[in-house]
Design a protein around this ligand. Sequence first.
Ligand SMILES: NC(=O)c1ccc[n+]([C@@H]2O[C@H](COP(=O)([O-])OP(=O)(O)OC[C@H]3O[C@@H](n4cnc5c(N)ncnc54)[C@H](OP(=O)(O)O)[C@@H]3O)[C@@H](O)[C@H]2O)c1
Length: 218
Amino acid sequence: MLAPIPDGLSFEDGASLAVAGLTAGGLARVWPVEDRAAVVWGAAGAVGRMLVAFLADRGAHVIGIASGRRVEAVRAAGAAHVIDRASEDVPAAVRARTAGRGAAVVFDPIGVESFETSLKLLAPRGCLINYGELSGPVPAINLHQLFPDSVFVTKYNGMHWVEGLQEFAGLISAALTLAAKRRAVISEIAGRFPFDRVADAYRALEAGAAGKVLVLSR
Ligand SMILES: NC(=O)c1ccc[n+]([C@@H]2O[C@H](COP(=O)([O-])OP(=O)(O)OC[C@H]3O[C@@H](n4cnc5c(N)ncnc54)[C@H](OP(=O)(O)O)[C@@H]3O)[C@@H](O)[C@H]2O)c1
């Protein structure tokens, strides 16, 4: 379960990226990405930044989606292109950056709000990987929707892509190594709370903290 923290990173850095690194490392295994276009929604989020870095490291042509000033964090994490969902038409922008073809894979933690759009971003035989429902549950799938481009859809469950505790240290170490080279993959810290104020930490999460909330043991 132990992963060494490389020089240049702190315990807070390690705590901030461990779960995101584990999730991103598992997600990056699902679909072949080398030399292919991969779209990452929520790319400025904790999982999103790590995923951008893992995919870019594997030779994917990464197109990240974020909003406003957060697009800079996505570029710094290693995306080839960043789309600002607040000011751009996402399907048109993805088509423009894939020579009209669409992406081989779309990683989507948003859920109901993005589901239909995500399907439109895929190239023929591409795969939509939903791994979260930040905007609400994904709709039921009508298989006929998948017919025109013969695309795949899956709902990622980390329990089946990370084979138990024995894999934790290796995946988290890989994330730490990426972070040591590229600090931008570590998401901001939105708050620090001592252990005896853990309830306040949960309140901060529920209020929509923009970044990681750390509980410090001392
Ligand atoms: N399946 C699994 O095994 C597993 C494991 C761990 C985490 N997760 C899931 O992974 C997801 C992401 O976690 P995280 O820690 O990375 O969250 P986060 O740091 O809060 O980032 C989420 C990002 O999504 C974007 N976003 C939020 N609402 C949106 C909307 N309606 N439309 C488009 N973009 C929106 C936001 O960025 P912009 O505003 O910049 O676009 C935000 O940066 C969560 O749903 C979590 O439950 C799943």
